[in-house]
Design a protein around this ligand. Structure first.
Ligand SMILES: N[C@@H](CCC(=O)N[C@@H](CS)C(=O)NCC(=O)O)C(=O)O
Length: 194
């Protein structure tokens, strides 16, 4: 398998973490988003959306969208609950991540860390929605160690990717103690070292 990814991107790291944890063999093809390497004709022929992560499976089929990729890679593993309701709850968190978390928490981080924007100049809506997403996570972690019950699942993979970097976007993780403890727990479970 080939993984096209940018190591500074949480969406790409989700794929790397799952592949590493499950012992999947892959070649990592560094693809620099800032240098528009996802917008070349060659890349667009593989993924017309012009985005990483992208994987090319061993049989040559392409697959994009971080959460679709990790779902495919983890099929049949302990990262996906066997119980149908729990599996759907995992997907509930993953869809929520893409629509209500990543567009705020990841975008604030990108603007501060990569575009050099001062936190004080972030669009207020971005900050409010990002804080609301972190609060939603804090509430979701009141009674269980992971987002779906007692064991780590793809819901945790999807959500930890940008939550652990939220400080870079000016969010104060210390305001969310359950989330802070969960980040450390998920990093241990996924064997994330950096
Ligand atoms: N929803 C997509 C988002 C992918 C995405 O936004 N990728 C960014 C890097 S994090 C990218 O490739 N941007 C380059 C571009 O749009 O030109 C996913 O989860 O994979």
């Amino acid at each position: 398998m080939r993984i096209y990814g940018d190591i500074t991107s949480g969406n790409c790291l989700k794929v790397k973490w799952v592949a590493d944890l499950l012992g999947r063999r892959y070649d990592w093809i560094d693809t620099d988003v800032v240098k528009a390497e996802t917008r070349t004709p060659e890349f667009l022929a593989m993924n017309p959306a012009g985005q990483v992560p992208l994987v090319i499976l061993d049989d040559g089929r392409p697959l994009a969208q971080s959460n679709a990729i990790i779902l495919h890679l983890a099929e049949g593993s302990a990262l996906i609950p066997k119980d149908a309701y729990d599996r759907a709850k995992m997907l509930e968190w993953m869809f929520w991540e893409q629509y209500s978390h990543e567009p705020y928490v990841a975008v604030a981080r990108f603007q501060v860390r990569f575009l050099g924007k001062p936190v004080s100049e972030l669009e207020p809506r971005l900050v409010e929605r990002g804080k609301a997403a972190l609060k939603r996570l804090e509430d979701g972690l009141q009674s269980t160690p992971f987002l779906v019950g007692q064991t780590v699942s793809l819901a945790d993979v999807a959500l930890v990717a940008y939550t652990r970097e939220a400080g870079d976007g000016g969010f104060v993780l210390a305001d969310y103690p359950k989330v802070q403890a969960w980040i450390a727990r998920v990093e241990r479970a996924l064997k994330i070292t950096a």
